[in-house]
Design a protein around this ligand. Structure first.
Ligand code: AMP
Length: 109
């Protein structure tokens, strides 16, 4: 399956539509989910075009993988989620109910 440049997170990355950015680094962006399923519901995405986890881990640079995980972990620390607990979810493909075809991690606290 090829990456679809018209997905909503690609539009956010191209700044064609707004989002509520909460943190970013060179290779990753975090913003609030538009329909929060928990008191804190962040989405963490790579800035380059990866459709899903397998695509990302198989083809991204080590630095991109580190930067995405660092950004996610910085939010865990900043919001003290490591104290009370949290969930990290990434839905993949049709069987995984992936709605937006750009890799994203849901961080729910
Ligand atoms: P998934 O089912 O894992 O693909 O989840 C996609 C998520 O993206 C859902 O939780 C949506 O609420 C969220 N979402 C869709 N459009 C936007 C947007 N424009 N800004 C922020 N979150 C969005």
């Amino acid at each position: 399956m090829t990456y679809d440049e018209s997905n909503i997170f690609a539009k956010i990355l191209r700044k064609e539509i707004p989002c509520n950015v909460i943190a970013e680094n060179l290779n990753a962006l975090a913003f609030n989910d538009i329909a929060p399923a928990a008191p804190m519901h962040f989405l963490i995405i790579p800035k380059k075009s990866y459709q899903n986890y397998h695509d990302f881990i198989s083809t991204a640079s080590r630095q991109e993988i580190i930067d995405l995980n660092d950004l996610m972990n910085s939010l865990i620390s900043k919001h003290n989620l490591h104290e009370n607990g949290y969930r990290i979810i990434t839905n993949t493909g049709n069987d995984g109910n992936q709605e937006v075809k750009h890799l994203h991690f849901h961080l729910l606290g």
